[in-house]
Design a protein around this ligand. Structure first.
Ligand code: PRP
Ligand code: MN
Ligand code: MG
Length: 181
């Protein structure tokens, strides 16, 4: 159903790995006194990032997941964030890190943060690998950001276009190719 497109590399796997090392250092400092940090990945987009990030965190961690969806198969946010799968564990009184692949309009992470705050974690921080500030619709900024990017439709490293390209090891930009050309 989609027009043909090619993917141009925007952030290499190497650059992502280097940035994650820096971010992990900051997170370790922030949570150095934590008994056991709950690291929560937002499915499905964050599954690659959280896997790489937790392996750089030299901290006691518990890994949990929450599934939130707003885009479906389209290129536009529905602005209606649905929680499709809730956490397995409790977070009340715990230190929590929410891991997200990208903040675009901001609806997803703003909604999930509010949703989890009602459970009264001790400390709640957010990290997003990518931030696309040009598209923001709600006032939200992740506590840590990997890369700020321009307003382009990106895929790879967990991020999909209509459920494709999540398995690319790098972040790429979608470019539609004209059939006639
Ligand atoms: C994408 C992406 C973020 C969210 C960002 O998820 O993974 O979670 O959109 O957009 P926003 O800031 O405009 O809310 P999607 O809804 O496509 O679900 P997925 O992670 O399962 O692909
Ligand atoms: Mn997502
Ligand atoms: Mg998606």
């Amino acid at each position: 159903p989609h027009r043909p497109y090619v993917i141009d590399e925007m952030i290499s796997a190497k650059a992502i790995a280097a940035r994650i090392e820096d971010l992990a250092r900051e997170i370790r400092t922030e949570f150095a006194d934590t008994d056991k940090l709950v690291v929560i990945g937002l499915l499905r987009g964050s599954f690659v990032f959280i896997a790489d990030l937790v392996r750089e965190l030299d901290l006691p961690v518990e890994v949990d997941f929450l599934e939130a969806s707003s885009y479906g198969d389209g290129m536009e946010s529905s602005r209606e964030v649905r929680i499709l799968k809730d956490l397995r564990g409790q977070i009340e009184g715990r230190d929590v890190l929410i891991v997200e692949d990208i903040v675009d309009t901001g609806h997803t992470l703003a909604h999930v943060t509010d949703y989890l705050q009602t459970r009264h974690p001790a400390r709640l921080r957010t990290i997003a690998l990518l931030d696309k500030p040009a598209r923001r619709e709600v006032d939200f900024k992740a506590y840590w950001t990997g890369f700020e990017i321009p307003d382009a439709f990106v895929v790879g490293y967990g991020i999909d276009f209509a459920q494709r390209n999540r398995n690319l090891p790098y972040i790429g930009k979608v470019r539609f190719v004209d059939d006639a050309a």
